[in-house]
Structures are given as structure tokens and as C-alpha cells.
Design a protein around this ligand. Structure first.
Ligand code: NAD
Length: 251
């Protein structure tokens, strides 16, 4: 059976870092489509519970689960608890991410490692943990949030660029490994999106690089994730990178 055949309200999505920004918008859009949503968060339990409240008030089902997804044990608990609660996982959105920006010459090992641990190893850990149940179900949609910076580089972001480029390689390799069992793996590469992460970015410095002339919204990125997770076309798309970037990167 393909994912298209399973009603959306029987499907379960896990969104890492789902309490704010892009992850919040993804959790809400999938919740509004009828999927049961696990809203993972690291620290902000109030914000995660708020997302759960909005989904349930709209007639959906959701739970908030704490867990630092850079840690293997926390990831195992997150996925195990999600399976215990909802019985299956159809969609994994690897969204959690951080920046520790500074020029390479000043970059400390912990700035490098912290970003790699969450933005790349976290994606590996969560993907590995859901792969078993998805292969067994013979269905699944894994969507990794990369970045244009992983495609084009950015001064001050050697750690972040390396992690986000790594996510693209990981996406393609795993896509090839699991395709025969109906599991798709794709990446979304946002440009500059207005969230807490880009709070300090000065619009006047970057608008010249964005053909559409403005920052994107979290909802615009969430729309691409919704497409990959729930549109029938998502069943036949794998190993791809989708830019939601106002035209910053044109292949
Ligand atoms: P944000 O800082 O608003 O949100 C990041 C989320 O990750 C938060 O919910 C945070 O609680 C969570 N998080 C942080 N550490 C965590 C951990 N150890 N375990 C679990 N969750 C953790 O940022 P955002 O802009 O919403 O970014 C979301 C994703 O999109 C990130 O992967 C980011 O790299 C990517 N991205 C953002 C932009 C942008 O312009 N905002 C552009 C390209 C890619």
C-alpha cells in the first residue's frame, strides 16, 4: 500500500524542534491536514504545549515530547514514546537546528562540534531510529531541513554550511537505501526565513541576493514540507533538494 492510500488522519508525523519558527509552522500545517503530530522540543515546553493546544483545538491530535535530538539516548526515547503513543510513524521532519556563527579563524572546536552534533548527527540519529518502523510499514516520508548555505556557503558559517551540505548527502544516500521499501527521503533548502534564527540578520545586507526581494515565512517552508509529506506526488519523489528561497539558488 502506498502512503496515498492511508487516510491522513491515520498518519503520524514527528517534527523535531517543533515548538517555534519553521518547526512550529510545520507541526501546525501537518496537524491541520489531520495528521497526528509529535511536537519535539529541547527546552521550551510552554511553546510546545501551545502548538499542541492549537492543533487539538482545531480538532487534531498532538503531543509534546522533550528531547535533545543530538543525543542518541534522547532520540531513542523520543521515537519509542511516539510509537507507544500512536503506533506508527509515517512522517519524520528533521527540523531542529542551531547556529554558532563566527569566522573560521575564530571558530572554537565546540562551536564546530555543537552545530555538527545537532544539525547533522541529530538528522542521522532520528533518521536511523525511524527507518526500522518505516521499512516494516513499507511506507514513510523523511524530510530534512537543510539550507541554501549548504549549497552555496556563507562566511561565518563554516560549521553550519558543512552540516547542511552533509544533510544533503545523507538525504541522497539514505534515499537510495530505503526506496525499495516505499520510504522517500528529501531535503528542503530554505533561504532567509524570518524566524528567531535570522533575527540578527540585517535585511538591507541580504535583500540584494534574493530575487523575490523579501525574506520568506515559516509558513512558506511548511507548505513545501506539507507537499512532500501529504501530496500523492510525494510517493514518487525521493533524493531531491527543494529550494524555498525566493530564487537565491537557481540550479
Ligand atoms: P529557530 O531557532 O526558530 O528554531 C529551531 C528549533 O530547534 C527550535 O524549536 C529549538 O527549540 C529547536 N532545537 C534547538 N536545539 C535543539 C535540540 N538539541 N533538540 C531538539 N530541538 C532543538 O530556527 P528556525 O529558523 O525555525 O530553523 C528551523 C530549521 O530551519 C533549522 O534546521 C535551520 O537550520 C533551518 N533553516 C532556517 C533558515 C532561516 O532563515 N530561518 C534558513 C535555512 C534553514
Amino acid at each position: 500500500m502506498s502512503t496515498v492510500d492511508l487516510p491522513l488522519n491515520e498518519q503520524v508525523a514527528v517534527v523535531t524542534g517543533g515548538s517555534r519558527g519553521i518547526g512550529r509552522a510545520i507541526a501546525l500545517i501537518l496537524g491541520n491536514m489531520g495528521l497526528k503530530v509529535v511536537v519535539n522540543y529541547a527546552r521550551s515546553s510552554d511553546a510546545a504545549e501551545e502548538v499542541v493546544k492549537i492543533i487539538t483545538e482545531n480538532g487534531g491530535e498532538a503531543i509534546a515530547l522533550q528531547g535533545d535530538v543530538s543525543q542518541a539516548e534522547a532520540v531513542d526515547t523520543l521515537i519509542k514514546t511516539s510509537l507507544e503513543k500512536f503506533g506508527r510513524i509515517d512522517v519524520l521532519v528533521n527540523n531542529a537546528g542551531i547556529t554558532r556563527d563566527t569566522l573560521l579563524m575564530r571558530m572554537k572546536s565546540e562551536d564546530w562540534q555543537g552545530v555538527i552534533d545537532l544539525n547533522l548527527t541529530g538528522v542521522f540519529l532520528c533518521t536511523k531510529a525511524v527507518t526500522k518502523p518505516m521499512l516494516k510499514q513499507k511506507r514513510g516520508r523523511i524530510i530534512n531541513i537543510s539550507s541554501v548555505v549548504g549549497q552555496m556557503g556563507n562566511p561565518g558559517q563554516a560549521n553550519y554550511s558543512a552540516a547542511k551540505a552533509g544533510v544533503i548527502g545523507l538525504t541522497k544516500a539514505v534515499a537510495k537505501e530505503v526506496a525499495s521499501r516505499g520510504v522517500t527521503v528529501n531535503a528542503v533548502a530554505p533561504g532567509f526565513i524570518a524566524t528567531d534564527m535570522t533575527e540578527k540578520v540585517k535585511a538591507e545586507d541580504i535583500l540584494q541576493f534574493i530575487p523575490l526581494g523579501r525574506l520568506g515565512t515559516a509558513e512558506e517552508v511548511a507548505g513545501m514540507v506539507r507537499f512532500l509529506a501529504t501530496d500523492p506526488a510525494g510517493a514518487y519523489i525521493t533524493g531531491q533538494v527543494f529550494n524555498v528561497d525566493g530564487g537565491m539558488v537557481m540550479a
